[in-house]
Design a protein. Structure first.
Lengths: 253, 274
């Protein structure tokens, strides 16, 4: 309860500060919108359904792109962890690729796939795949040897050892990777959408710019943050908490 | 009470080790952990292996479990050479290796699940063994919610549930407080008597070995060889305070001390060389 009050006070204060800066008229209103005009933009966007459609399109893309990243990332991560050869070769490459901002892939993506859905998906996958891969790999490497020994000792080997011991044992790191991967995927998607007529949230933001409508820009930004935050809270935080409770890690990290 | 090293002639050997050696390659050179171990573990026997730390006790158990392979020599179980882990023998690790992502019951069922036993039978059998170790009330708990002694019992139930002939235990009670350890000694002795399992129990605690074992084997410090063995004929149930037990323990301890001194000397010589 106390936490909610604190948060409420903080955000109200932030809003008041924003309003104050607006009132000071340092910048003209078309460059620095008031909270009220942003709210109106939000209302308008939702009532004429453009925001809803944009969100729908973005969510569909992220589901596809992120889903693909997770699948590929976990598989590649386990493969790298399982093979010293792959670790020495592919492992290094993955690390250096991770330092590339995903947007760097856009020129290539556009050349390869054209200004299409596929180009955006490609950027999303390249943005989040590596985070999932690296965390999976770390997760596997951190699995205490005793679990594998115990598993083998109780008759698990090969694929069953993987499914029943290695996979669950690396879950805490894996979930961290999924969470990080989600954040990267969401950012990559929005940046990708900003660059051409793609109808997603990123595109709506750029439309605001093209129309010199800063209220819309800020409104879409707020929407992007809200979705990112909500998914993090409702999906990943819950998942992490559940794992930590089960494992008895609560309060130790 | 001390015997010569020849294998007893009347034994029905459950586990046989013939000329088993195990060495490891380290940056400092080859380290011989075990050297030329000849050992016969009889069916239904409670064999305790004691020795100073670094004598290769755990290595010996890992070899018997099939989790490791001897450099030279052979290990046979029921007339078949051991090539890997098998459900006829399970190892209880010092660190236990209970799975934190499973409930107590799921942990106990794990071995059965790997064997493809159906859900209902798994349930029935895991409950049977959880009863045996007095943990029925905790079947839905997670491992971290249990005390050290309870974890030990889960590990015991988990190993017993697949009904292995041989139970290999690697210093399982080392990390427990004295009372809990005493309680678990009693339970283990009872379970051994009830199930008739063959148990190979590794410890550095001589009194523990003498209290539990029907035979105690003493290993030398690096490389581990069999130094001597003692047949313990003390009546059961045994108690740590029994004067006869203390007397026997002292006898074993005297020999163990020689090995511990060697270990200490070697440690110091390493320190000086640094």
């Amino acid at each position: 309860m106390k936490k909610i009050v604190r948060q409420l006070v903080f955000y109200l204060g932030l809003l008041a500060l924003w309003q104050l800066i607006f009132e000071l008229k340092i910048w003209p209103p078309y460059l620095f919108p008031s909270p009220q005009s942003v709210l109106e933009s939000l209302q308008m966007g939702f009532s004429d359904r453009t925001f809803l459609i944009g969100m729908g399109i973005s969510m569909r893309r992220i589901a596809l792109g992120y889903g693909l990243s997770v699948l590929l990332g976990i598989v590649i991560g386990f493969l790298i962890a399982a093979s010293e050869f792959l670790e020495a070769t592919l492992g290094g490459l993955v690390l250096s690729l991770q330092s590339l901002p995903s947007l760097c892939w856009l020129p290539l993506a556009v050349l390869w796939f054209g200004l299409t859905e596929k180009a955006i998906l490609f950027v999303v996958v390249m943005g989040s795949l590596l985070a999932v891969t690296i965390n999976t790999q770390i997760g596997v490497r951190h699995v205490p040897r005793i679990y594998l020994l115990a598993g083998r000792n109780l008759g698990a080997h090969g694929f069953r050892l993987f499914v029943h011991v290695l996979l669950p044992a690396s879950l805490p790191h894996l979930v961290a990777g999924l969470k990080q991967g989600w954040a990267f995927a969401w950012r990559s998607l929005i940046s990708g959408e900003m660059l051409f007529v793609s109808l997603g949230l990123g595109h709506l933001l750029m439309m605001g710019r093209d129309l010199n409508d800063m209220s819309q820009v800020v409104a879409v930004m707020a929407l992007i943050m809200a979705i990112g935050h909500l998914v993090d809270r409702l999906v990943f935080e819950k998942l992490e908490n559940r794992i930590r409770q089960k494992w008895g890690l609560v309060g130790t990290a | 009470m001390s015997e010569t090293l020849e294998a007893p002639s009347t034994s029905t050997g459950k586990l046989r080790l013939r000329g088993v050696s195990r060495s490891f390659h380290t940056p400092r050179g080859t380290l011989a952990a075990l050297e030329n171990i000849d050992l016969e573990v009889r069916e239904g026997e409670f064999l305790c292996i004691v020795g100073p730390s670094g004598c290769g006790k755990s290595t010996l158990l890992n070899l018997m479990a099939g989790l490791d392979h001897p450099t030279t020599g052979e290990i046979w179980m029921d007339g078949r050479q051991i090539e890997g882990p098998g459900t006829d023998r399970t190892l209880i690790f010092q660190e236990l290796g209970l799975f934190p992502w499973l409930t107590v019951q799921e942990n106990v069922e794990f071995g059965l699940r790997m064997q493809g036993v159906g859900r209902q039978e798994r349930r029935a059998r895991s409950q049977q063994y959880l009863r045996l170790v007095h943990l029925s009330r905790f079947e839905t708990s997670y491992v971290h919610q249990l005390s050290g002694g309870m974890k030990q019992r889960v590990a015991l139930a988990r190993s017993l549930v697949t009904e292995p002939d041989v139970l290999l235990m690697d210093e399982p009670f080392a990390a427990l407080d004295a009372q809990t350890r005493d309680l678990l000694h009693e339970e283990l002795a009872r379970i051994w008597a009830e199930t008739g399992k063959t148990i190979v129990f590794v410890t550095h605690n001589v009194r523990e070995a003498v209290r539990l074992g029907s035979r105690v084997i003493l290993l030398t410090f690096r490389p581990g060889r069999i130094k001597s063995q003692f047949t313990i004929t003390l009546p059961r149930p045994r108690h740590l305070e029994d004067p006869e037990l203390a007397l026997t323990a002292r006898e074993v301890l005297a020999q163990l001390k020689e090995e511990i001194n060697k270990a200490v000397e070697e440690e110091y010589s390493h320190e000086e060389n640094r």
